[in-house]
Ligand binder design. Structure first.
Ligand code: ATP
Ligand code: MG
Length: 263
């Protein structure tokens, strides 16, 4: 009875998961007023991997903060699965954040004196998941990001790329519908950046995780299948492209590239 009516058309595009409708964001007032977003509209569908690019100050982080329910539009609307997030209470927004969204930041944001496993299980502690289940799921999440052997290492005992993979495991532990990543490789060299991007691609491909990621690097945006370019608080362009992810390559194309990469 609660199931919505299913349309029998096989090739119908799925409903948008995230939608901005003419979103405006103004910080401050009077002389100090900053128009961070000047009327932004886009839709992101389930399973998309979207890169957000644009010059410094063009509104990328403002957009991500809003997608992450950390901020609200001054005008316009943000819809999550068709629900107007602006009409939700603080508590409902917090629930939306906790149950549906995963975050990855440039600075990893791991607890320094806490080992990888404990960092990963943190969101489950907030959820009240029993300890045994927490441990098992956290260990599995570390396995997914290729770090199960490193479970008892603290962030200082891990490379930048490994730290970011722990942060991704932590973001994934709650099985979010969307991963929001603001310059996730901003603190990494290019080899570590590729490691992280390949992991994101795999999560997108294998788990149909929807990803919105800010990057300044065209090489990294190429891992996504769509790029939204911001300029002066507006969408300057929005285009789908062939993802240059390992998945997008043929085996013949990817083999020599992979072989030479770690040399
Ligand atoms: N909390 C805030 N208070 C006032 N102004 C803000 C605030 N957050 C962002 N801004 C302003 O809004 C504009 C857009 O900022 P935003 O952080 O979205 O840019 P960005 O595209 O992420 O840039 P970068 O590439 O440097 O991270 C900038 O002019 C910024 O100074
Ligand atoms: Mg930013």
């Amino acid at each position: 009875m609660s199931t919505p009516i299913q349309m029998p058309m096989a090739n119908r595009a799925p409903e948008p998961l995230l939608e901005f409708r003419d979103v405006m964001k103004i910080y401050g007032a009077g002389e100090g007023e900053v128009r961070a977003l000047a009327g932004v509209s886009f839709e992101i569908r389930p399973g998309e991997f979207v890169a957000m690019m644009g010059p410094s100050g063009s509104g990328k982080s403002t957009t991500m903060n809003m997608l992450g329910c950390l901020d609200t539009p001054t005008r316009g609307a943000y819809l999550f699965r068709g629900v107007d997030v602006g009409a939700l209470s603080r508590k409902q927004r917090a629930r939306l954040r906790r149950f549906h969204l995963g975050f990855v930041f440039q600075g990893f944001n791991l607890l320094a004196r806490t080992n990888a496993l404990e960092n990963v299980e943190l969101p489950l502690i907030y959820r009240g998941t029993p300890r045994a289940e927490r441990r098992e799921r956290s260990f599995q999440a570390l396995e997914t990001v290729g770090l199960s052997k490193w479970w008892d290492h603290t962030p200082a005992e891990l490379s930048g790329g490994q730290q970011q993979r722990v942060a991704i495991a932590r973001a994934m532990i709650t099985e979010p519908s969307v991963l929001l990543a603001d310059e996730p490789t901003g603190n990494l060299d290019s080899a570590r950046s590729e490691e992280v991007m390949e992991l994101l691609c795999r999560l997108n491909r294998e788990r149909h995780l929807t990803i919105a990621m800010v990057t300044h690097e065209p090489d990294l945006a190429a891992y996504a299948s769509r790029t939204i370019h911001f300029r002066d608080g507006l969408v300057h362009s929005d285009s789908n492209h062939h993802a240059h992810s390992p998945a997008g390559r043929t085996a013949a194309e990817s083999a020599p590239v992979e072989a030479g990469r770690d040399a």
